[in-house]
Design a protein around this ligand. Structure first.
Ligand code: SF4
Ligand code: SF4
Ligand code: SF4
Length: 203
């Protein structure tokens, strides 16, 4: 069949499609899926107005709902650590259950339900605490311990590597402290203490 033949048959009944028309439709379908899918992916990552959800650490009261209300499992909320605020304590109230008398790393002495907080000896009497993000469920127990008896160097943040940036964040709706806010997607964290070093810009 020549490329110049009619696409539609007589009396509005669809007839055989030309090769050119078939190719045009295939390209249009491809562009629709590629561009549309890309746009949806971008929308999902950066939100309607180029914003993402974040927790204001000054407002959070460590109620525990960040661990249970997120649509992602385990929660996209993770514990962050401001190392310049930390006292590097041997007796860390974020790490040990209350009443612990001997400070070692046995699992039953740890306050964290998933052993996500890692204790490392630096030099007497200092210890460093880091968070294994894949294990952290955002329960805020360590945050509460540190906030109540320590320097308050541990705090919760929506980790953008895990969050799918829902239009309506289900934790934001459940948060009793209105601690969830929208922040610009190019500055997606509300850090405590010193800001982590920014990535050097390419020249
Ligand atoms: S729901 Fe709100 S108050 Fe509760 S732990 Fe999360 S941010 Fe903090
Ligand atoms: S105690 Fe909860 S918030 Fe803290 S590191 Fe463990 S899982 Fe994360
Ligand atoms: S926006 Fe969605 S994925 Fe992100 S923290 Fe809220 S509920 Fe979880």
């Amino acid at each position: 069949m020549a490329d110049t033949e009619k696409v539609n048959g007589k009396d509005g009944v669809a007839g055989p499609m030309t090769r050119r028309e078939a190719v045009r439709k295939a390209v249009a379908a491809f562009l629709f899926l590629a561009v549309g899918g890309g746009a949806l992916a971008l929308l999902g990552r950066s939100g309607k107005k180029g914003t993402v959800w974040q927790i204001d650490p000054a407002k959070c009261v460590q109620c525990g709902r960040c661990a249970t209300q997120c649509v992602v499992s385990p929660s996209a909320v993770k514990c962050f650590h401001a190392f310049n605020v930390c006292g590097y304590c041997d007796l860390c109230f974020a790490y040990f259950k209350p009443g612990t008398l001997e400070f070692d790393t046995t699992a039953e002495k740890q306050l964290c339900p998933t052993n996500a907080l890692i204790r490392k000896f630096i030099e007497q009497p200092y210890f460093e605490y880091t968070v294994d993000k894949d294990k952290c469920v955002g329960c805020s127990r360590c945050v509460k311990g540190c906030q109540t008896f320590g320097n308050g160097s541990l705090y919760l943040q929506v980790d953008q590597a895990y969050c799918v940036n829902c239009n309506e964040c289900s934790i934001a709706k459940a948060c009793p402290a209105n601690a969830f806010v929208r922040v610009p997607s190019d500055k997606p964290y509300l850090f405590k203490g010193l800001q982590p070093k920014e990535e050097p810009k390419e020249t």
